[in-house]
Design a protein around this ligand. Structure first.
Ligand SMILES: Cc1cc2nc3c(=O)[nH]c(=O)nc-3n(C[C@H](O)[C@H](O)[C@H](O)COP(=O)(O)OP(=O)(O)OC[C@H]3O[C@@H](n4cnc5c(N)ncnc54)[C@H](O)[C@@H]3O)c2cc1C
Length: 468
């Protein structure tokens, strides 16, 4: 199956699982060559920096520069901008490889960046500002980010309550408070979403804007979290007037952008990043379990049947999650002629990626759950020495935990998938607009006559106030 069966780590054979445990049949020869380049960059720069930045909290700028050198920053953008026009499969491979061999924080920096690139690529056609940014992204190593999460609505990032946009003579006045923004204060450009200019209370009416650092108040160096230390996911404040062509798409295009660009890439890359972290744990645990011997028995940790059982179970679970993600990537590629983003110029309403939303949520849930469980069981396998920093696994345990809480959290994702499966897509109610008649009548049934009368009076007063 594999023309190059030895996975290298610098000049030595890789200490973790070899290619025989990678689903290489999903990858083209070019993908495999790129993966080798990414592994080399991880060996030389990204992983050493992961260890250093975990301790210092510094932003891993040299790792960003490596991703630019490999032409990953604008990898999905069309060839007409000098970019790779990579498939979803290649994106998944690259994300998994950066998280696994390199640095989970850098994988999330890459994810939030590429998600924002997807938002740009979706509406690049005819917008000279966006087209120029895509052309310059890799040559100038311009890292971006998606500032979506709102402090008042938490992980429901598609619900930007503390935001607004209005049309002004110079272009747009954009106001936004972002609760968490990866690369906050370090990014060279920001994609953000607000309610639309003529917003009338319908939170599905969203718009997307491109901003530059002098228009955004970031918070460099303020990230203080359990893990993902190099991620610098700090708050962001925006109160700026920006030119006309910095709207991405048109007023009201935000929900479409979420469905067709932001979410498909986010879900796929969540899967890549957190599957990659689980694999990093398996790799590190393999190294530790093979190297560590108990003198009294002359046996290594890996020789115990319980270790083999725990390792095998974790690997089976990891492979299931990876195959799920690669299956999704393949389906997205089949639906988009290998990852094409030019179709929207002719067909702005085309939505081949959005058709896979429930699969994307499932991929995120599986990978984030996997990373949390496998990091825990591999730390256990490594024992007390695994608990120390030297073995590297404790860093991965801390980083792994972020997947579960990142938006939409696994609880929220599972609830959406479950509701969708039980009652159909319309029942998901992304913007809390549909009345739950059953719950309403159930609560009304608990009221006595006096409580009902009071409620009628309150509702009447409310209607009188709104003039209805
Ligand atoms: C490392 C990191 C990087 C990030 N980077 C970015 C970024 O670049 N851009 C960005 O926009 N955001 C980013 N975020 C934000 C992230 O995606 C989430 O939006 C954020 O973590 C949500 O945190 P919260 O405390 O507001 O959670 P909440 O939404 O308040 O959730 C708290 C708890 O309530 C549960 N919960 C919430 N709603 C429901 C419900 N309806 N039903 C059941 N349970 C529910 C959740 O599962 C969770 O357990 C980042 C977060 C992290 C940790």
């Amino acid at each position: 199956m594999d023309a190059d069966p030895v996975k290298m780590w610098g000049d030595e054979e890789y200490f973790g699982l070899g290619y025989e445990f990678d689903p290489v049949w999903f990858l083209s020869d070019e993908d495999r060559a790129l993966e080798r380049e990414i592994i080399a960059a991880c060996h030389d720069v990204i992983r050493p920096l992961a260890i250093e930045c975990d301790r210092s909290g510094a932003y891993p700028r040299a790792s960003v520069d490596e991703m630019a050198r490999l032409r990953l920053l604008a990898m999905i953008a069309p060839e007409q901008y000098g970019c790779r026009a990579s498939s979803h499969t290649t994106v998944l491979m690259a994300t998994e490889a950066i998280a696994r061999y390199g640095c989970p924080s850098t994988a999330i920096i890459f994810m939030m960046h590429l998600v924002a690139v997807a938002g740009l690529a979706f509406r690049a056609h005819g917008n000279a500002e966006i087209e120029s940014l895509l052309r310059r992204m890799d040559p100038e190593a311009l890292i971006g980010t998606a500032s979506y999460t709102d402090p008042e609505t938490g992980g429901h990032f598609w619900y930007p309550k503390t935001s607004s946009a209005e049309r002004v003579a110079e272009g747009w006045k954009v106001r936004k408070t972002g609760a968490f923004t990866t690369s906050s204060g370090y990014a060279d450009w920001y994609l953000t979403q607000t309610t639309s200019p003529d917003f009338d209370g319908d939170y599905a009416d969203l718009s997307v804007f491109l901003l530059y650092p002098d228009e955004v108040q970031g918070s460099p160096g303020r990230w203080d979290a359990m893990g993902m230390h190099a991620n610098n996911s700090g708050p962001v404040e925006i109160d700026a007037v920006i030119p006309e062509n910095r709207i991405v798409g048109w007023p009201g295009d935000g929900a479409r952008s979420n469905d067709e660009a932001i979410d498909p890439l986010a879900f796929l890359m969540y899967a890549g990043a957190y599957n990659g972290i689980a694999l990093a744990c398996l790799d590190v645990a393999r190294r530790h379990a093979l190297r560590t011997t108990h003198a009294q028995y002359g046996r290594r940790i890996a020789d115990y049947a319980t270790s083999q059982d725990s390792y095998g179970r974790a690997l089976c679970e990891a492979q299931a999650s990876r195959l799920f993600a690669y299956g999704l990537a393949r389906a997205l590629d089949d639906a988009t002629d290998g990852g094409d983003w030019t179709m929207y110029a002719q067909h702005p309403d085309a939505a081949p990626r959005a058709a896979f939303t429930s699969w994307g949520l499932e991929a995120k849930v599986l990978a984030a759950g996997l990373a949390a469980r496998v990091s825990d069981s591999m730390l256990q396998l490594c024992g007390g020495r695994g608990y120390t920093r030297a073995a590297e696994i404790e860093r991965l345990v801390r980083d792994a935990k972020a997947g579960w809480v990142m938006a939409p959290s696994n609880e929220v994702s599972q609830q959406i998938v479950g509701r969708w499966a039980l009652f159909g897509a319309d029942s998901v109610d992304w913007w809390n607009q549909k009345v739950d008649e059953r719950a309403l009548h159930n609560e009304l049934g608990k009221m006595d006559d006096e409580q009902k009368r009071r409620l009628v009076t309150e509702l009447g007063a409310e209607l009188a106030q709104t003039g209805a």
